[in-house]
Design a protein around this ligand. Sequence first.
Ligand SMILES: NC(=O)c1ccc[n+]([C@@H]2O[C@H](COP(=O)([O-])OP(=O)(O)OC[C@H]3O[C@@H](n4cnc5c(N)ncnc54)[C@H](O)[C@@H]3O)[C@@H](O)[C@H]2O)c1
Length: 252
Amino acid sequence: MERGLNDKVALVTGGGSGIGRATALRLASEGARVFIIGRHADTLDAVVAEVAAAGGEASCLPVDLAATDCGEKAVDATVAWSGRLDILVNAAGTFPYTPVHELSDKDWDEALAINLSGVMRTCRAAARAMGEKGGAIVNISSTNAVMGDKVSCCSAYSAAKAGQLGLTRQFAAELGPAIRVNAVLPGPIDTPMLEGWLDDPQERSEWMARYIPLERLGRPEEIASVVAMLVSDDGGYVTGVAIPVDGGMTLV
Ligand SMILES: NC(=O)c1ccc[n+]([C@@H]2O[C@H](COP(=O)([O-])OP(=O)(O)OC[C@H]3O[C@@H](n4cnc5c(N)ncnc54)[C@H](O)[C@@H]3O)[C@@H](O)[C@H]2O)c1
């Protein structure tokens, strides 16, 4: 087991499931102490127990990332638990889809609150806490940030995910040299978020054969491994980029 993150403290949003859970487990396996936040105390507690069972150290707090004080709540709780903050991974998100003709202002505002404003708020609070000591931030955006989607009517999600790329570039420019800020663009990954998306197995495999060169869904661990590289010294000269981890989907 690599131990490249010894002495580091990581805050992972959306750490109770999917990509956030896999990232929390991966960072803990590399020696980081991990604080996870999300909506549901029971799923957060379960991941904290998984980290402990694997010999790591974790804690958690339910925080609504659509709330205006979410950044301070999440970062203050992490620092109160651990005394410091070195790594932030923004994995929390929702994937609402509504055809544009039916998209209400409320739907739009809710999608942007969690998927864009929440990311800005946690980055802002983390940057204040990291200060001159520095750190690394990774935002889990989406291939929807850079391409249209014929299957899902997810305009608010796509706009928010594209907005995350603007934040990532600008924060990288402003916060260097102390803090590196990068984004990952997952293609379709096998997590609870995909429930209800191309549920018919035949339709799903035809879609993957057509649109994904690697012809399968990604696994959450395959996102976590790229995040682990980006927040470690292995990614020490990387900032402001958006790395697709999508089986080649954005190529074709
Ligand atoms: N699964 C995919 O195919 C895919 C593709 C591209 C991008 N992503 C992105 O990856 C990230 C992780 O998604 P996932 O696939 O692991 O799905 P997931 O549904 O398992 O995880 C999303 C997490 O966000 C949390 N969350 C949602 N709203 C919240 C709120 N208001 N406050 C606090 N926490 C909240 C949920 O509790 C959940 O733990 C998301 O940002 C998503 O947009 C996923």
